[in-house]
Design a protein around this ligand. Sequence first.
Ligand code: DP6
Length: 321
Amino acid sequence: MFAAASAHPNIAFIKYWGNRDSLLRLPLTGSLSMNLDGLETRTRVWFDADFSADSFSLGGVEQGEESLARVSAFLDRARELAGCGLWARVESENNFPTGAGIASSASAFAALALAASAALGLSLSEQQLSALARRGSGSACRSVPDGFAEWLPGSADADSYAVQVAPPDYWDLVDLIVVLRSEHKAVGSTEGHALAGTSPLNGLRVAGAPERLIECRQALLARDFARLARVVEADSHWMHAVMRTSTPPLFYWTAGTETVLWHVLDWRKRGRAVCATVDAGPNVHVITAGAEKTWVEARLRELPGVQQVLCARPGPGARLI
Ligand code: DP6
């Protein structure tokens, strides 16, 4: 029983931070993202009666303990759905640079959800597949549909999944991923989500999220960059405000992050279609209109501390290969 699948990471315009149910990964708020074409995880899965345990390799390196346990727990969910008790072999590769700090759990679990469910003979709808991917990593549910996706928080396991808001070719946006040097080892998202509730600002962030989500969806559908820019930056700042005021506090930005954010704001004030958003790390995702890409990319490369700038356009969802 074998299948292979690919999926892309995504960048959230409206963020997922904090869960109502951390075991099921039912989020506190809805979120909205763009799949990143060009960056990809490819995953092969075998289920076989000859295996005596699950095993998992990433980029040709056998994974132990923590990452194997997370993959194995996810496979248990897929096996439960299929009523199958066989162990599995999982082999995965990312085509994006390792150590660049790009979150790979979204593409990883979207690709694994599709490959594992296909290998087990499950024929899941896109919504069921998205809900399954969510169990591995919340943001993975948004990497299942093509293009721009909204995660509907839902009320339970079955109705918490992502749906397409617009196809990839709807708007020629570009994500210029500014990779900065990071001296600190970041606290992972899973650990971070659990701290959201300790911030006195969390309730305010959660209360304002539905309005920001509607604003973002409308700006996207109207292809209104100025509107999109305001809400994308505001939502990222709200999430980092919660992170910084958690106990213990989480500081993901470095001096380089601040410099990039300051310049992006300055360029926008001067009329450029550009805005920025930051996930659980120091790197900055600079979102710009296709026509501005060359100018913005050249300016970003001149900034201090910038190691590399990766370029991604709106991408497809998870695919069998
Ligand atoms: C800051 O989906 O990586 O990137 O469900 O624990 O795997 P887990 O968390 P994850 O969290 C993503 C957090 C974020 C914002 C976002 O992508 O919405």
